[in-house]
Design a protein around this ligand. Structure first.
Ligand code: ADP
Ligand code: TRP
Length: 349
């Protein structure tokens, strides 16, 4: 794999996409967005040299069929991400469909994609197994995702466990293309978000839009309170000592509270003699405080729609410059240009 071993140390370029299929919830923040922010250049020892993050509206089209809702989700996603700390000065933030080079690259990759590979991918397979109709968009979704990654020469892709299969497909397609046409693409690696960071929803299952158990990051204060008060708890008596680990209310509190408060609550659980209502009040306060600054930034940003448009416009311009260069490389390699053949240094026999 020459692109992985040829030069070291190689600059790292982080890239990830997030679908605008609803408002972001606590699971999205702790399981994805927070890591994007940590990976921004200048963000500590974890940070990448460059970072590209995009709002995956082309992917969302396979599920959101109402144009007004899609527009709203894209705008909200941009506002949310910037308010939460994604810094457009340090990371390139853009909307997927603003970079048409990616869809052209998708086609080039499609010509080296075995059908069987896509049939094994879970988004399509799950839908088919449930007897639901799937469209070609969902079927070919991993190819678009591969193009998303390869178009920017990304080296590291922060994702949740469910996306690792797609990164494997991406590596597979890039490898095949490189084998056929020379070293065009950089092979990326997934960076798994810590598995223990799986955020539970209000019913104790994994928090997910599909389970309708989410608490949004920028929930209205009244709704936030209602949702927290409705978090399911067991009916053991107040005085009974309880084990905090494995209790979803405790796990949610632990996401927001500093270590000392976390410890204090764990001790209280083990002693017994407390009510879940008390814990819910603590959670409400801790979550409110945790997102207070982001909420204030969001209100400012939302009041000035031109600013977010300018951020996305500048992001798209930078993203197109990079993707354009990679696409030109790919086009040239496979013979889609009419200039004389270019000698390909990395081409193997
Ligand atoms: P949803 O399940 O609500 O539709 P998505 O699949 O759009 O959420 O998730 C977007 C990102 O957020 C993914 O990287 C995913 O791994 C992460 N994520 C979603 N829900 C959780 C959760 N409950 N805990 C941790 N990470 C999550
Ligand atoms: N498929 C990803 C998800 O549903 C979103 C996504 C699209 C993505 N393109 C990507 C993630 C490229 C990482 C890299 O969460």
């Amino acid at each position: 794999m020459p692109s992985e071993t040829s030069h070291s140390p190689r600059p790292t370029r982080a890239l990830s996409g997030i679908q605008p299929t609803g408002r972001f919830h606590w699971g999205n923040y702790f399981g994805a967005i927070r890591q994007y922010i940590d990976l921004q250049p200048g963000g500590g020892h974890q940070a990448a040299d460059e970072a590209y993050y995009f709002i995956a509206d082309l992917h969302a089209l396979t599920t959101v069929r109402e144009p007004e809702r899609l527009r709203g989700f894209v705008r909200d996603a941009a506002l949310d991400l910037v308010s939460l700390g994604l810094d457009p000065e340090r990371a390139v933030l853009f909307v997927q469909s603003d970079v048409p080079e990616v869809t052209e690259l998708t086609w080039l990759l499609m010509t080296v994609t075995p059908i069987g590979l896509l049939e094994r991918c879970h988004a399509y397979k799950d839908k088919k197994n449930r007897g639901l109709p799937a469209d070609a968009g969902l079927f070919t979704y991993p190819v678009l995702m591969a193009a998303d990654i390869l178009a920017y020469d990304a080296t590291v892709v922060p994702v949740g466990e469910d996306q690792v299969q797609h990164i494997e497909v991406c590596r597979d397609l890039a490898g095949t293309f490189n084998h056929l046409y020379g070293e065009v693409f950089t092979l990326p690696k997934p960076r798994l978000v810590d598995g223990s960071a799986k955020v539970p929803g209000t019913d104790g299952q994994k928090m997910s839009k599909s389970y309708e158990n989410t608490i949004e990051v920028f929930e209205e204060p009244g709704t936030l309170k209602k949702k927290i008060m409705r978090i399911t708890t067991d009916s053991r008596p107040v005085e009974e000592p309880k084990e905090p680990e494995g209790d979803h209310l405790y796990q949610l509190f632990a996401l927001f509270a500093p270590e000392t408060e976390r410890q204090a609550l764990a001790d209280l659980y083990r002693r017994g003699g407390f009510g879940y209502g008390e814990v819910k009040k603590k959670l409400l306060e801790a979550a409110g405080q945790f997102f207070a600054d982001a909420r204030a930034r969001r209100a400012d940003l939302a009041a000035d729609p031109d600013r977010i448009e300018a951020i996305l416009g500048a992001g798209a311009e930078k993203a197109r410059a990079k993707a354009g260069a990679v696409l030109a490389r790919a086009r040239r390699a496979c013979g889609l240009d009419r200039s004389p053949p270019v000698k390909q240094a990395g081409k193997r026999a």
